[in-house]
Design a protein around this ligand. Structure first.
Ligand code: GRF
Length: 201
């Protein structure tokens, strides 16, 4: 079974998924990594792991729907069972989301439904929240609004900064994302009527 991963940057979650695959903890193969950023460090990680990479920059195709149609065409050549977004910083069009309905996962650095969108760590600090975290969820047309599958939670300390929050959250993301991807690859997880269902067996 094939997994395609979309990134835009650092790619530490991609690395966690690569490591999990190597350790036999994901029943599936990462067969392609796509980036919309030429300089994404995650591309180096993919190359190291000998995973084919493709770069699709928005400036070469400014029309968002055309961009996503092109992305779909390229992704489909890998016959993916799952599309995992791992720090992909571009909103997906409804065209894309419908094409892979129920097959797209994302990891978002907040305790959804709190703080969809950008700058989550900053907003947590500004609001004086005592807790923060990260959520793995199915992707629907609503930005960061699809059904949540698994969350990790951290305490926010008085001396925390955006950087320390991001670092602590990423450590947890690297545990929860591979776990959810493996559930999906095992066929235990599905989106049914807008709800995430996990089979207990
Ligand atoms: C993660 O914090 C993830 O929750 C968010 O973007 C960040 C990506 O980090 N969607 P990385 O590129 O995987 O290091």
């Amino acid at each position: 079974k094939n997994i395609v991963i979309l990134i835009s940057g650092e790619g530490s979650n991609l690395q966690a998924l690569i490591n999990a695959q190597k350790a036999g903890k994901i029943r599936g193969k990462i067969c392609g990594v796509f980036s919309n950023q030429l300089n994404a460090y995650g591309l180096e990680r993919a190359k190291q792991a000998k995973i084919p990479i493709q770069i699709l920059e928005a400036k070469t195709q400014p029309d968002h729907i055309e961009f996503d149609l092109n992305l779909i065409q390229k992704i489909d050549s890998y016959q993916p069972d799952l599309i995992a977004l791992a720090g992909y910083m571009r909103i997906l069009t409804p065209t894309f989301v419908q094409h892979y309905k129920g097959k797209i996962l994302n990891i978002h650095p907040s305790l959804l439904p709190k703080y969809p969108g950008l700058h989550t760590h900053q907003r947590v600090l500004a609001n004086g929240d005592k807790e923060h975290g990260s959520s793995v969820h199915f992707v629907t047309e609503k930005l960061d609004g699809g059904p949540v599958i698994l969350q990790s939670r951290i305490s926010v300390f008085p001396d925390d900064s955006e950087k320390t929050l991001m670092e602590r959250i990423k450590v947890q993301e690297h545990h929860i994302y591979p776990k959810v991807v493996d559930w999906f690859m095992q066929g235990r997880l599905e989106m049914r009527s807008g709800i995430a269902w996990l089979d207990g067996q």
